[in-house]
Design a protein around this ligand. Sequence first.
Ligand code: 2P0
Length: 346
Amino acid sequence: LNKEKTMLSVTCKAPVNIAIIKYWGKRHEELILPINDSISMTLGTNELCAKTTITASEKFQHNRMWLNDEELLFEEDSRLMRCLKGVQRLAHINGSQEASLCWKVHIASRNNFPTAAGLASSAAGYACLVYSLARLYGIPLTEELTTIARQGSGSACRSLFGGFVQWHRGVLDDGSDSVAEPVASAQHWPNMHVLILVVNDERKKTSSTTGMQRSVTTSQLIQHRVDKLVPERIANLKKAIKARDFQSFAEITMKDSNQFHAIALDTYPPCVYMNDVSHAIVNFVHTYNKTTGTVHAAYTFDAGPNACIYVLKENVAKLLAAIQKVFPTDSIDTVEYLRGLAVSPE
Ligand code: 2P0
C-alpha cells in the first residue's frame, strides 16, 4: 500500500507442474471440470516460472493485463475475468470491507520459458495470477482458491501447491469438490529431479483446450481410460510416491504418458504432439534403463514434443552424459534443439 493509500501492489512467482497422470478431457467447459483425476509434481520456484505483479489503484479506469510485455484484452477474456471476480468474491465472503476490492487492477506477467509450447505455461500463469490476487486481498491459500485457479486453466490448480499434487475430478455440478490437494511435499522425496529436453519451443498446433474437446467427442478409448484405468493408476501412484518407490513411479509415469498420446492419436482428426525426436527419446530411455539394469529414468510428454524426464538426483550426471552422447548438441537439426535443464522441487 502506498502512503496516500490509493494504490496496492504485490509480486509473486509460481512454477510449472509436470503431470504424471494426465488431465485430458472436460465434463464442463466453462467451469473447467475434468473427466478424470490427475497427479503432478510442481517444480521449484527458481525454475520454470511465471512472475506476476498486480497493482490495484483507485485511479485506474480499466482492468488491464500484459503478458510478456504484450497487452491482452483482459475485460473481454472470460477466463481472466472469472479468476478476478472469483478471488474478489472470496474476499467479500471472508469479510473484507477494503475499498481496494473495488479498484481496477493492472497486471504484468512474464514466463521465463516458452509460452504455449507444451511446457505448462498456462498452469504457472493462472496459478500465479490467482495467488497474487489472493495476496493482494489478504486471502489464505485454501482448497477453495484452487477451484478459482482451475477456472483459469485446469492444470493451474495443481501449481498452487509444491511437491506432488492431486486434482480431484469431483462429482458435484458446481465444481466445488473439484479441488487440488497435496499428496506429498517436495521434502518427502527431495532427490526427485526432472530433466527437461526442449525439442522444439514453437507454439503448438492444436491447443490443449481444443485437443481435449475433440478427444472427448471422438475417442473411443477415452471412456475406458476414465472409468477403469485412471482410478487404479491414481491409487498405485500415490502408493509409489508414499513409499518413494522409483521403479513403480517410473513405470506408471511412462505408461500414462503413452496412454495419453494413444488417446490423442485415437482422436479424430488425430492430435499429434510428439515428433521423431520425441520418439527417439522414448527409445533412448528404454534402452538406457535396460543397460543400467534398473529403471533410472522415466519420460513423460505433454501436449507438445518436449520431454520431461523424472530421475533421482544421484543418477542425473550419468543420465545427462548418456543424453549428450546420443544427442550431441553439435549434431544435426533433430538434436541441436535438445537442452537439458536439471530442476528440483522446493
Ligand atoms: C496435464 N495437460 O495434466 C495435461 C497433460 C496437457 C497434457 O493440463 O483447457 O492447459 O486450460 O484446462 O490446463 C493442458 O491443459 O487446459 C494439460 P485447459 P490446460 O498437465
